[in-house]
Design a protein around this ligand. Structure first.
Ligand code: NSS
Length: 434
């Protein structure tokens, strides 16, 4: 009944003529009294619109009801369109009826609470209605849509991989164990191995799903559960896959500017410029010498820590790749560079301005013997990678892939101070609720 009640909404109403009668449903985002008028900011799917309750247009009991109804109550209203330059969006609705569909208790998020980000995440089930988190989540939805669109337009097959797994993709240290009846299982860190199996059926595949990392690191860019966009392509080299990453990021950021410019401006104050390919590519060795010159000493062969990543990322104004990481700094599945076997055909795509790593990828080992040897070299047990190894016995071509962190990407694009703002219900070492 309430869905049928509505004949307009916050977006449509702004295009209506003066004097039109409209009916809307939504929530009271805010309310203030000014002389005999009560101004309500109504929120619905499409945004916000100003309602005005006047004693001379509403029956007395309805006017009193408006007065005592708390913010965040769900309401249905009827009113007349009035064009007014001073109103947000140039339109307000002067109410002729006001119905409370579901009343709200006194809203716990007061102005002073807004200053405590920790509290806002304690009540995320309520605070997600706020204009900033709403805008971020709408941008997130459009970012995911654009990623998916890019892959589908380019003939990738969208696959789904399991969440319960039995062996590590990205190292045992960050596996989350779960009891699986009388066995032990883990939560997936990456769909990569399943994608590698699938490319022999479909050539080009992608996934969009959560990955889990039991990382105790309490940083501004780590979640224990994050959304992973991963792609894997048969017959593709390391160079080919970097090109896919560049195109994907350019496509998705361009679509965001086209589709949600107002939300982007609201969150960051301005619009970003979609980064046009090609991106700059520097080798690990070059990155190391840039860091040395900045007084950060990392031994050759080690991965970059948080500080190094931030510092190097500050040197750039556009996303850039660091390529050819040492074998010792990468997972076992990476292919060694045939021209320089101590490094891998791998790369990370970094955001500029200090935001750091967005993606990680490269070419995989496709020959059985090479993979078997490398598993041993890394001190791992080949039995744990039985099916993954077996793929190499049945026509596994050279192939490459990558994984992109959705929240990392949003954090950079929207200049968010903490990654938890980029996901509806964040999971971190200290946050499992709500
Ligand atoms: O560990 S990665 O660097 N690489 C992989 O998982 C590959 N197996 C992906 C692949 O080739 N298919 O993670 C990839 C990206 C990384 O660049 C980050 O953007 C993101 O996933 N990532 C995270 N985001 C948020 N929180 C955490 N803890 C996190 N870990 C990785």
């Amino acid at each position: 009944m309430w869905l049928n009640y509505r004949n307009s909404n916050s977006m449509d109403a702004k295009k209506r003529e003066e004097g039109d009668k409209v009916r809307l449903i939504g929530w009271i985002a805010s309310k203030r009294v000014h002389r005999e008028k009560i101004f309500i900011n109504l929120r619905d799917r499409y945004g916000y619109i100003q309602l005005v309750a006047r004693g001379d247009m509403l029956p007395t009991n309805k006017y009193e009801l408006v007065k005592k109804t708390n913010i965040e109550s769900a309401i249905a209203v009827e009113g007349v369109i009035k064009r007014d330059e001073r109103a947000p969006g140039g339109v307000e609705i002067h109410l002729t009826d006001f119905i409370v569909i579901s009343p709200a208790s006194e809203w716990p998020i007061t102005l002073s609470a807004l200053k405590s980000p920790g509290f806002l995440f304690d009540v995320r089930h309520l605070s997600l209605r706020g204009p900033k988190s709403r805008a971020i989540m709408i941008i997130r939805a459009e970012l995911l849509r654009a990623f998916i669109e890019y892959f589908l337009i380019n003939d990738y097959v969208w696959i789904q991989a399991p969440t319960f797994i039995t062996s590590a993709v990205e190292g045992g240290a960050t596996l989350f164990p779960v009891k699986y009846f009388d066995k032990m299982a883990y939560l997936t860190q990456s769909a990569q191995f399943y994608e590698e199996a699938a490319i022999c059926a479909f050539e080009k595949v992608f996934v969009v799903q959560p990955s889990f990392r039991s990382e105790k690191s309490r940083t501004r860019k780590h979640l224990t559960e994050f959304w992973h966009v991963e792609a894997e392509v048969a017959f593709a080299t390391h160079e080919d896959i970097m090109k896919v990453e560049e195109e994907l990021l350019y496509y998705a950021t361009s679509k965001l500017i086209e589709r949600v410019p107002n939300e982007i401006k609201y969150v960051r104050g301005d619009l970003f410029k979609p980064p046009e390919p090609p991106f700059e590519k520097i080798k690990y060795d070059e990155a190391l010498s840039i860091l040395h010159n900045k007084g950060i000493d990392i031994e050759w062969g080690q991965d970059f820590g948080a500080e190094a990543e931030r510092e190097i990322s500050k040197q750039f104004e556009k996303p850039f790749f660091i390529t050819h990481y040492p074998v010792t700094a990468r997972s076992f599945y990476h292919m060694n560079d045939p021209n320089r076997p101590e490094v891998t055909l791998s790369s990370d795509l970094f955001a500029p301005e200090g935001y750091g790593e967005l993606t990680s990828g490269g070419q995989r080992i496709h020959r059985y013997e090479d993979l078997y040897e490398k598993i041993l070299e890394f001190g791992l047990n080949p039995d744990e990678y039985k099916w993954y190894l077996e793929l190499r016995k049945y026509g596994m071509p050279p192939h490459s892939g990558f994984g992109l962190g959705v929240e990392r990407t949003l954090r950079w694009l929207l200049h968010l101070s903490h990654i938890r703002e980029a996901i509806l219900f964040p999971r971190t070492p200290t946050r499992l609720y709500p």
